[in-house]
Design a protein around this ligand. Structure first.
Ligand code: SAM
Length: 168
């Protein structure tokens, strides 16, 4: 079940420390059909509706080359989430799970990630399917899907480290 901001039976909240300023900047904004958490998909789907990701200046030229990837990884800030629960009851049935065993939007740093299908790029706007966030969600980052990406820089030593070759 989806929540607005209420706490459920057996859930545990903590008093979080004051946020440190990690220097995050919102690099764009996401437009989706969903204006209520009660209707937003729990996880996006690649046959879901096309959503628009608008990239702000001065970051637009950072899209160069993104068009070759069939899928992108999108990171976004789930700005309406509470951030203070360590035990959560997703089914609202009194059974609780640790926040780090869930993909719930309620987490100390409410970062959402989705692998989306890239449908097109129109100037500073990415058209994608596969999102699960509210209309107006701030954008943190865009990366190629790691399964499609081969590092462009030459390999380095650590790339070849395994337990086997590091054992004394
Ligand atoms: N796919 C992402 C992930 O796994 O990191 C997010 C998954 S999270 C379960 C998706 C849910 O977060 C939505 O169903 C909605 O209830 C909630 N949500 C979406 N956008 C939000 C926002 N901007 N602020 C707070 N909650 C949001």
């Amino acid at each position: 079940m989806v929540r607005e901001n209420e706490i459920r039976q057996n859930e545990v909240r903590v008093i979080p420390p004051e946020p440190t300023d990690a220097g995050l900047v919102f690099i764009g904004i996401i437009s989706t059909p969903w204006t209520s958490r009660m209707e937003t998909p729990r996880q996006g789907r690649h046959d879901g509706p096309v959503c628009r990701i608008e990239i702000y200046e001065p970051w637009v030229s950072a899209l160069k080359g993104a068009e070759v990837f069939e899928r992108l990884e999108i990171l976004y800030w789930l700005h309406q989430s509470r951030r203070d629960l360590v035990l959560q009851s997703p089914a609202s049935n009194g059974k609780v799970h640790g926040t780090f065993s869930l993909r719930s939007p309620v987490r100390p740093n409410p970062i959402g990630t989705s692998i989306v299908k890239l449908e097109g790029i129109e100037g500073n706007v990415l058209l994608v399917r596969g999102l699960d966030c509210l209309d107006g969600t701030p954008l943190l980052d865009v990366k190629p899907d790691r399964s499609l990406f081969n590092p462009i820089a030459p390999p380095q030593k650590g790339d070849f480290d395994t337990d086997a070759n590091l054992l004394p």
